[in-house]
Design a protein around this ligand. Structure first.
Ligand SMILES: [Zn+2]
Length: 205
């Protein structure tokens, strides 16, 4: 299976679906990480790019693709949609992980809109949306037990030192969310996802 993650900023994949990504990569699936913006509002772009590459390595990501949107100003336009569509066409993912539309961060909401427009011509692609500190009214339908990979997820979060230091993300927040979602399905730690679309091709192989 080919997995693609499309998130707005360099630390989003780790926070929203790092445990699931680690599980999938460990099982031999190829993971492509797309990052819309290098996050110049939250720190130095070069530092954040390095942190993203380090985080990706922790989680077994095969390849990181940076798109060059300005932080805070990701725009939903034909060029943005075409760029993501071209990556979907190139890598042919079975499943794409992205942001929930119910998120107070404008870049996150817009990334969701870009992704859902980009997949419109690929009905076989499943699209799941992850949870982060700025999601609101999250309504998960898919849960992944990440108990055995939580340490790896936390390690991948920690490598985003510039963001941990400024308090944008924390291990505690990630752990508490995983604990809460775990409780909902009766395991120690879980990641939860909303679904835009679950394609039968994912379920039937
Ligand atoms: Zn973000």
């Amino acid at each position: 299976m080919i997995v693609m993650t499309v998130f707005a900023h360099p630390d989003d994949m780790e926070v929203h679906c790092g445990g699931t990504v680690r599980k999938l990569s460990s099982a031999g699936h190829r993971v492509i990480e797309v990052i819309m913006s290098k996050g110049n509002n939250g720190g130095d772009e070069e530092v954040r790019e390095r942190e993203a590459i380090e985080g990706a390595k922790c989680l077994g990501v095969d390849r990181v693709e940076f798109l060059n949107h300005e932080d805070g100003r990701i725009s939903v336009d034909p060029e943005s949609i075409d760029a993501v569509r071209a990556l979907i066409s190139k890598f042919e993912p079975d499943v794409v992980f992205t942001h929930s539309p119910n998120d107070t961060h404008q870049d996150h909401r817009r990334t969701f809109r870009i992704v859902t427009s980009a997949v419109s011509k690929f009905p076989e692609v499943t699209v799941l949306m992850g949870e982060g500190p700025s999601t609101v009214g999250f309504q998960p339908v898919v849960y992944v037990d990440v108990t055995d990979v939580l340490e790896k997820k936390l390690e991948a979060v920690r490598v985003h030192r510039s963001q941990v230091e400024r308090g944008a993300i924390s291990e505690e927040m990630v752990m508490k969310t995983a604990e809460f979602r775990g409780m909902e399905i009766g395991v120690k730690y879980a990641e939860a996802f909303e679904a835009f679309r679950i394609s039968g091709s994912l379920l039937l192989g």
